[in-house]
Design a protein around this ligand. Structure first.
Ligand code: NDP
Length: 341
């Protein structure tokens, strides 16, 4: 079976490629932005003949995917759309976040309908950002589940990059569900909606310098100094990248069961201090990095909205990797690859 995966260079996407290839059941056509990126990814995967690449330079172009789908569409069984900007280092919220997210979704979905007659399943990497109502995130009486939608408006999105990112993910996912009705698409569809994704980079070579946006939180703490203030608490919940990748592949293996579902991938709530506590359990870090006020985030879940994802857990049927293992695996890779001390 052949899978088209957009944004194959991404942190999450590389794990998807790895699991698809490791299963021995799939050939992967990955879209990347340049030949250099294709070459280094191919090398990391030992030039596996089941992995090939197409170039899609900028998903903000409404026909960015057309050429690749004209060429390969007839052999595609599955599409996973993972490319979307996840960065707060931007100058223009509309141009840098919202447009590529929205137009990217529309472009690949329309190309799938038009050029991939044998497609069985389309999976989109959405986000908890498409689910959360940010104004209620710190309200313990609020519940977010697979049916919740971020209610924010474009006007709110344009106020700052965090609102902008969350809105970009909501509109990217909504575009897929709306188009499926409008175009009466025949293939099955699943959205994968992860909270903060931690875990090691698929290859050590990516664990240098600044990491992807979510893992950079851990990278910063690994590079923190004794006495640094770590009290600013991120209002988050976490899931490991290896579980996120697996949740993209399960729908391909069991298409009917996952059709129309949103998979809310969340394990536990955490704050900055939770991460600091976990990192200080590592002998290589203990006594060398910030300590904060140990265990002061232990009751953080009680002060935040509840994330209820029983339906997702039942559909997937596997146990999530713990936050401790996820954070420590991330840190151990950084320690192995970088000259931290
Ligand atoms: P990365 O930044 O590692 O990956 C983003 C991918 O999208 C890269 O392949 C990137 O290409 C590609 N991309 C971004 N903008 C464009 C563009 N304009 N044109 C073409 N390609 C583009 O992030 P993640 O792996 O973390 O994110 C992957 C997906 O998961 C995103 O949709 C993100 O919103 C979602 N997500 C991530 C979470 C997390 O905590 N990490 C949580 C919830 C959802 P290039 O490598 O060339 O820059």
């Amino acid at each position: 079976k052949t899978v088209f995966l957009s944004g194959a260079t991404g942190f999450i996407a590389q794990h998807i490629v790895k699991q698809l290839l490791d299963s021995g059941k799939f050939k992967v056509i990955g879209s990347v932005r340049s030949e250099d990126k294709a070459n280094s990814l191919a090398k990391n995967f030992n030039n596996n003949p089941d992995l090939s690449f197409v170039y899609v330079k900028d998903i903000s172009d409404p026909v960015a995917f057309d050429e690749a789908f004209k060429e390969h569409g007839s052999k595609l069984d599955y599409v996973i759309h993972s490319a979307s900007p996840f960065t707060f280092d931007i100058t223009d919220i509309q141009k840098d976040l919202i447009t590529p997210a929205k137009i990217g979704s529309a472009g690949i979905f329309k190309a799938s309908v038009k050029y991939a007659p044998n497609l069985k399943h389309f999976v989109v990497t959405s986000s908890f950002a498409a689910i959360v109502n940010a104004s209620k995130a710190a309200d313990p009486n609020t519940v977010f589940d697979e049916s919740s939608w971020n209610p924010s408006t474009l006007e709110e999105a344009l106020q700052n990059e965090f609102n902008g990112y969350r809105y970009s993910k909501k509109i990217a996912e909504k575009t897929i569900w709306d188009l499926s009705k409008e175009l009466k698409s025949k293939f099955n569809i699943t959205a994968v909606n992860p909270v903060f994704v931690f875990g090691p980079q698929c290859f050590d070579s990516s664990a240098t310098g600044n990491l992807n946006t979510s893992c950079e939180f851990i990278n910063k703490l690994v590079h923190s100094k004794i006495g640094d203030d770590v009290s600013s608490s991120i209002n988050g919940a976490a899931i490991d990248v290896r579980d996120v990748a697996r949740a993209h592949i399960e729908p391909l293996l069991n298409s009917e069961k996952f059709n129309g579902q949103r998979l809310l991938l969340s394990d536990v709530r955490f704050g900055n201090q939770t991460l600091v506590d976990i990192l200080n359990e590592l002998p290589e870090l203990e006594g060398k990095i910030a300590k904060g006020v140990p265990h002061s985030d232990e009751n953080i879940a009680a002060t935040k909205a509840k994330i209820v994802n029983d339906k997702t857990k039942e559909l997937l049927g596997f146990k999530f990797i713990s936050l401790e293992d996820s954070v420590q695996d991330t840190a151990n890779q950084i320690l192995r690859v970088q000259n931290v001390f």
